[in-house]
Write a protein that binds this ligand. Sequence first.
Ligand SMILES: *Cc1c(COP(=O)(O)O)cnc(C)c1O
Ligand SMILES: [Zn+2]
Length: 450
Amino acid sequence: MTYRAWFQCINPQCGATYPLNTIVYQCTRCNSLLEVRHDLEELKRRDAKGWKELFEARYKSNHWPYGSGVWAKKEWVLPEIKDDNIVSLFEGGTNLFWAERFGKIVGVDDLWIKLCGNTHSGSFKDLGMTVLVSQVKQMISEGAPIKAVACASTGDTSAALATYCAAAGIPSIVLLPRGKISTAQLVQPLSSGALVLNLDTDFDGCMRLVQEITKDETIYLANSMNSLRVEGQQTVGIEIVQQFDWEAPQVIIIPGGNLGNVSALGKGLIMMRDLGLIDKLPRIVVAQAEQANPLYRAYLRNFDFFEPMQAGKTLASAIQIGNPVSYAKAVRTLQQLNGIVEQAGEEELADAAALGDRTGMFNCPHTGVALAVLIKLLKAGKIDKSERVVVISTAHGLKFVEMKVKYHQKELGFPCRYANQPIDLPARLDAVKDALKRALEDKSRFDLSS
Ligand SMILES: *Cc1c(COP(=O)(O)O)cnc(C)c1O
Ligand SMILES: [Zn+2]
């Protein structure tokens, strides 16, 4: 079978198409975003049962490259890539676990966490970057004049790009907002040998500049404006459904900044529906930080119009974005999947992340935003106690220890109700026994119910 995919303008009045090996990020006719489209008629020649069996057989297998969560779905992602050009670090296939204790505390029985941070560079960005860098490798092998791949980043895109480019031997350039990313996120591209440009601006400022420098075709753009990224990230929704034995959950909550990931999530789920693997789509909830909430504001206006904003400082630094590139795609996704947008303030997100940690998670602040939004929507009756809810955890908590340290030291300007501090003691048995006695008598110490 000959599966095919191409770029297509998302503006239905235009619909211009471009081959995937064209260096193009926006429609050259009308400036709208592009998306990767697949030949669904060809894909339908294998029935839903056939696809499920194929994906099951490949799941985490040792048959390269199909053991990757992304390349397991190669025909739905990038069918025309040669295996020799695939740059994979065995991304995806991340764990989905039942958050029983957290769910009990906040009042939902069937709560699951999809831990996208348990992957090579520590965030879901790996899912998109394996696809983008593989396509670049293929284009270079065909003679394209690409010298380097570049991105603007709030820290995780740059880490993923630098890692995959290092694996492929392709130079990478990352534009970062100085002082606005974590130490771990800065040291990742440095370690990978990327050219790291630390700029005195915010993410939106870096994004404007990277669009300028990538007008030169020898520098290829790796932001999610490039829809190849979205194509890899769409596998997360498919994988969640697969992990529930091909049953879609009722609600999926995802933190959103530049809004590529929510668009990707929706795209994968719709593809599953169109190819008959599921018959009902879940509801999607986008969780935004109050400090950077342009989608939430537009949602309150029924998406009548969009207004970019100056993003304020938020602990959820990877979503500190005021002018999201994929706004139009995200709105389409929310309309197709009966979506909700909700926001969380700094104290809410930090406490929700910390409460989650107390129940066995180890959350990044963005996952904190999603958990805080879950709590709010349960209280408001917009999510029912009996629904199966999945929270997408977007990055590994270890990338954000500065924030966690400040929380536990109560240095964030609010009470930090789940803060926990080490007890400094002399190394003497009586002192240790005394401390144990006091701690174990303090009933509130291990109790989260209040
Ligand atoms: C990139 C990122 C997001 C936001 O994803 P978008 O596609 O920009 O909406 C959320 N959380 C983390 C940890 C990220 O790295
Ligand atoms: Zn167009």
